[in-house]
Design a protein around this ligand. Structure first.
Ligand SMILES: NC(=O)c1ccc[n+]([C@@H]2O[C@H](COP(=O)([O-])OP(=O)(O)OC[C@H]3O[C@@H](n4cnc5c(N)ncnc54)[C@H](O)[C@@H]3O)[C@@H](O)[C@H]2O)c1
Length: 347
């Protein structure tokens, strides 16, 4: 189904079961795909034009050097300015292929065909493309919106449970931003992702990105869970998946909000999330190891970071806070995950 998005929105959005060739570009195109989904693509009988490449994708390989062979291959064909890149894969692949499309000939069109839950509900839409640098995640990139997003839920059938769980936390973030705690409960208690969840998250994100494409205002709310989340992800040496780190960061943000004088979230919800995240307890770095990453946060300015503080019954707030504001929530996070972990070991 084609989703209703704000009129004039840069990206056409489709949520389907099976991939469909009708949604591929009409003019010249090349594919960059994640090897993990090559079999899906071939089973669906979809074309692979000259210059297409399938690559093994990891967060550690989300570097500018990975893009260069793609760009060289496109130039050898050659692809001209009217060509389109079709990116098929998770968020790492779509972020990199989108950036490569932004760079090639100073910007050619691209389509995003996300294949993980996280990329279907978040990374594949919104035009943020990026690679990582030694100093941190997504530090080099461009705003370059895809012309079309095609989310085919059939891809999710082979996605490992840990990756489904990772995507679930970006959905949970959306439920919190929407103040829909009933949806948050459903997200926590329903094993298989529902297409309606993907549609809802994409409709929400397209609205925000349409109003604030360059993240000067409202779009910053989508960073809920990401301030401490990015620090945790980097400090874990990418042992934590992006969505796992966002889940931990979301819980920490809910623990920070009352320290900043905001209404606390229901204790049952905090407890359910802590239990769900407890298996990750050993990967939550010590405060001393997180602080250097927070100090480098790209949302930092003049000694403070624009932090998103969630509220259970109203819009989340953006407040500039010193990195040290995360010290106590980190301690509380480690404490409540540790308590859940020892309870489950005893049981
Ligand atoms: N651009 C944005 O707005 C935005 C938003 C959120 C996250 N991100 C970025 O997204 C990245 C995380 O994306 P991700 O969680 O999709 O991880 P990912 O791209 O690393 O994919 C996770 C793993 O699943 C495999 N895979 C992909 N699709 C599969 C399928 N259908 N079946 C089996 N295996 C499959 C991949 O090969 C990989 O091993 C991070 O780099 C993050 O910074 C970007």
């Amino acid at each position: 189904m084609r989703l209703a998005v704000p009129s004039g929105f840069a990206t056409e959005v489709h949520v389907l079961d099976l991939p469909s060739p009708e949604l591929l570009p009409e003019g010249p195109w090349a594919l960059v795909g994640d090897l993990a989904v090559q079999a899906h693509w071939r089973e669906a009988g979809l074309p692979e034009p000259e210059g297409s490449c399938w690559v093994a994708v990891t967060e550690a390989g989300k570097r500018l050097s990975t893009l260069e062979p793609w760009l060289e291959a496109w130039a050898r064909i050659p692809l001209h300015r009217d060509a389109t890149i079709v990116a098929v894969g998770g968020g790492v692949l779509t972020d990199m292929a989108g950036l490569a499309a932004a760079l090639y000939m100073r910007g050619i069109k691209w389509q995003s065909w996300p294949t993980t839950l996280l990329s279907m509900v978040d990374a594949g839409l919104g035009g943020k493309t990026a690679c990582d640098l030694e100093a941190g995640k997504n530090l080099v990139g461009a705003f370059h919106a895809p012309e079309r997003l095609v989310a085919c839920t059939r891809f999710l059938e082979t996605l490992p449970p840990r990756q489904i769980e990772s995507g679930r936390w970006e959905l949970m973030k959306t439920a919190v931003l929407l103040n829909d705690l009933a949806w948050a409960q459903e997200l926590g208690s329903t094993a298989t992702p529902r297409p309606a969840w993907i549609e809802r998250a994409l409709a929400f994100k397209s609205g925000i990105v349409d109003r604030d494409p360059r993240e000067h205002g409202e779009r910053r709310l989508l960073n809920l869970g990401h301030t401490l989340g990015h620090a945790l992800e980097s400090a874990s040496g990418y042992g934590l998946l992006h969505g796992e780190a966002v889940g931990l960061g979301l819980l920490a943000a809910c623990l920070l909000a009352p320290l900043e004088g905001l209404k606390p979230f229901p204790p049952e919800l905090i407890q359910t999330w802590a239990e769900r995240l407890a298996p990750l307890a050993d990967q939550v770095a010590e405060w001393e190891d997180l602080l250097p990453w927070l100090l480098r946060d790209k949302k930092g300015k003049g000694g403070t970071i624009a932090c998103v503080l969630p509220r259970p019954d109203g819009p989340a707030l953006i407040r500039p806070l010193p990195p040290e504001a995360w010290a106590e929530p980190t301690r509380l996070l480690r404490e409540c995950l540790g308590a859940c972990q020892s309870r489950s070991l005893r049981a």
